[in-house]
Each structure stands twice: as structure tokens, then as C-alpha cells.
Design a protein around this ligand. Structure first.
Ligand SMILES: *Cc1c(COP(=O)(O)O)cnc(C)c1O
Length: 385
């Protein structure tokens, strides 16, 4: 008997590859986030870029979360899914004019602005539409998240945010931008943080920064800590829900909010990562001269994280309980980087076996491409199989 929590009998008739979402787990995760964050009246904006599947978005908004968007398309997707505009924040280093206008027209809660040129454009567009834009300054706090270099965002050489040594200049300029209301400070130091120390450092940095700003008589209403809480890719079943309790406790313990200040977070991966799986079928088992390859009908077109970030995803054979063997697991795309894992142990695998790539809910489906003229796969949900 094969031990798996997946409904493999229902899977048998579905065309592979496809995404399979455990919506029970998503709901439990959201329940946990809601409980743990409400202890401190924290405001949570789900980072839409992690997964913008309409069904997933509609479940997330039903738990009262706001949305963190990084494009006009994401603002539209969030509004369509039912996120209230007054809980939408909009970040990104390259906001186009139409995207800024979309935010203004819908009266979103806040623009997280990343540079002086952007502030100038937001100010102009707001004035043209007779509005005042609520803006938080995205500050680059120079905290190293110690995560993969492609997903580190809070050190000096990154393109994100306003560097601390330029903040004074930006604040001077803001005084003349009369269609902008400064309502907050925004930070996001990186993604997939499993060591929580950088968040502690971030708290200290912001405390110090706020003291500096007080000397200029600046006290903002909102502090936004961004996202970045990591998930356990090695043990998706043992740690299916990230430790939000400890995460929020850190900010409660180490950050000293000024009177009346509202605290915001933008978790993405930690909310949707573990509920998603990529389900593929084995096309061939190829015995090379030095290695055995399991060749799947899914590739980096369906899950690009291993190719892009050297990321690990647990891989399980859902069809075999035979003794494990060592394989490279690869996709059909004509690129050598189309490899999910090298030299991993998998129950002896045959053509036709169903393979699950775990923890694929974040930055999986949303990053899918049609390279090699492949079709974007369907998604299925445990609540409607
Ligand atoms: C990507 C991103 C997030 C979400 O990051 P996760 O690591 O998925 O939690 C939050 N805020 C901003 C500004 C982002 O760019």
C-alpha cells in the first residue's frame, strides 16, 4: 500500500502536469496567520506575486487579509478577487504611469515608493486627477537577509528602495510634492528567510531610523515590514504551517512602535507555499552510462525555482512503493537547466508513475511559461476535485 495524502485515484484521470492545491491546509494557514497577527493588531497584506490563482486569492481575501501588489495586473487581480482597495499596497521599482493611475483611480491604501523620480511622477499624476496619493517610502535598510542572492533585496547594491544615505534628500524634496501624503515607511529585506535574526536586526534599524526622523519632526502612521518568512522545503509534512507565532513575536518584542503606529506585513510564500504541489507523470526512465534519469512531463515551464534559484523541492513517487533508487529527475525542456533534482532517492520508478513536487504553491504556477510552445497547466483544488 502506498502511503500518501494525495487523492491519487482522482488524479488518475487528469491530464498531467497540473497544480494541486490543498485548500484545507491553505485555510488552516490563514487561520493561524489571522490568530497570531490579531494578538498585536497587525495588518496583513498577502503578496499577490507568490500566487495569483483566482480561487486561491478569493480564499485568502475571505480571511480579511489585504493585498500587496507589484503591478497593475496584480491590482486588477486583487480587486477582482474581492480584496478591498483600502487594503491594497502597491510596491515595485518600475511602476508605469497607467499602473499608478489605476492605483489612484481605485483609491488604494498606499503606494510603496522606491525612488525620487517615481515620487515626482506619482505627485504629477495625483495632481492631474485631483487626488492626494498616500505614500510610504520603501527604505533599503542595509540588512543582509542571508538568503539566495537572487532573492536578497535589502543590501546596498540591490535595485530596491531608497538608500539610507539618500533619505534626507528625498524628504527635503517631498516637502515640495503637495499631492503626496507621507503615511509610512516600508521595508522588505528578502525572501525565504529561515534564520529570523535579520528580522530582529531590521527592528533595531527601524528604531534608530525613527529616532533620526523624530529630530526632523517626522513621525509616520504606518510601518510595513514586508514579507520574507521562509518555509520548510525539506519537510513539507512536518512543517506544513510556518511558525507565524515566533515570527510576529520578534517584531512585538524588538520593534518599538511610536504611539498610534500601525504595523503591516506582506507575507507571500509563507501563506501559499506548502498548500501547492506540481503533479507530473513519468514519461521515461532512462538509464544513462553513469546515471539514471526520471524524465517527467513537467519542466521548468511549470516550476522554475530549481533552475532559477537552485531551489530544493521534495519529490515523491505517488505510484510506487518499491525499494528506492537514485535518480536525476528532469523535465522535457531543451535546456540543461531543466533539472528538478540530482541524485535523489525515489521509489523505483516506471513509465506512467505520478510524481509530486512538493511545496510548489509559491512562485510556481505564477511563474509558469509557454516556452517550447507548451500550454499552461490547469490547477485543481482539494475542495472541488
Ligand atoms: C516579494 C515581496 C513580498 C513577499 O515575499 P515572500 O518572501 O513571498 O513573503 C513582500 N513584499 C514585497 C515588496 C515583495 O516584493
Amino acid at each position: 500500500m502506498i502511503k500518501t495524502n494525495f487523492p491519487i485515484r482522482q488524479f488518475a484521470d487528469l491530464q498531467t502536469p497540473f497544480y494541486y492545491y490543498d485548500t484545507n491546509l491553505l485555510r488552516k494557514t490563514l487561520q493561524t496567520v489571522a490568530e497570531e497577527s490579531s494578538k498585536y493588531q497587525y495588518h496583513i497584506h498577502y503578496a499577490v506575486k507568490a500566487n495569483a490563482n483566482p480561487h486561491i486569492l478569493s480564499i485568502i481575501q475571505s480571511y480579511g487579509l489585504g493585498a500587496d501588489c507589484v503591478s497593475g495586473g496584480e491590482i486588477q487581480a486583487a480587486l477582482q478577487a474581492g480584496f478591498p482597495a483600502d487594503k491594497i499596497v502597491f510596491a515595485g521599482v518600475g511602476k508605469a504611469d497607467w499602473e499608478i493611475r489605476l492605483g489612484l483611480d481605485n483609491d488604494i491604501f498606499c503606494f510603496n515608493a522606491e525612488s525620487l523620480p517615481e515620487l515626482t511622477v506619482i505627485n504629477d499624476l495625483a495632481r492631474q486627477t485631483g487626488k492626494t496619493a498616500r505614500v510610504a517610502l520603501r527604505i533599503n535598510p542595509e540588512v543582509d537577509a542571508h538568503t539566495h542572492h537572487h532573492i536578497t533585496t535589502g543590501i546596498k547594491e540591490n535595485k530596491f528602495g531608497i538608500n539610507l544615505d539618500q533619505l534626507d534628500k528625498v524628504l527635503d524634496a517631498l516637502a515640495n510634492l503637495s499631492s503626496i501624503q507621507l503615511i509610512g515607511l516600508h521595508f522588505h529585506i528578502g525572501s525565504q528567510l529561515t534564520d529570523l535574526n535579520p528580522f530582529r536586526q531590521l527592528c533595531h534599524k527601524i528604531d534608530a531610523l525613527q529616532q533620526q526622523l523624530l529630530q526632523r519632526n517626522i513621525q509616520v502612521e504606518n510601518i510595513n515590514f514586508g514579507g520574507g518568512l521562509g518555509i520548510d522545503y525539506q519537510h513539507p509534512d512536518d512543517h506544513s504551517i510556518p511558525d507565524f507565532k515566533t515570527y510576529f513575536e520578534i517584531f512585538h518584542q524588538f520593534f518599538h512602535a511610536l504611539p498610534g503606529q500601525k504595523i503591516h506585513f506582506e507575507p507571500g510564500r509563507s501563506i501559499v507555499g506548502q498548500c501547492g504541489n506540481l503533479i507530473a507523470r513519468t514519461l521515461y526512465v532512462k538509464e544513462g552510462s553513469v546515471k539514471k534519469f526520471v524524465i517527467l512531463d513537467a519542466g521548468f515551464t511549470e516550476l522554475i525555482r530549481p533552475a532559477l534559484y537552485e531551489a530544493y523541492h521534495q519529490i515523491e513517487n505517488l505510484s510506487s512503493d518499491e525499494a528506492p533508487e537514485i535518480y536525476d529527475v528532469v523535465g522535457p525542456i531543451c535546456e540543461s537547466s531543466d533539472c528538478f533534482a540530482k541524485q535523489i532517492s525515489l521509489n523505483r520508478t516506471h513509465r506512467g508513475d505520478l510524481i509530486a513536487l512538493r511545496s510548489a504553491g509559491a512562485y510556481g504556477e505564477i511563474m509558469a511559461s509557454q516556452y517550447n510552445c507548451r500550454q499552461l497547466p490547469k490547477s485543481y483544488f482539494s475542495d472541488s476535485l
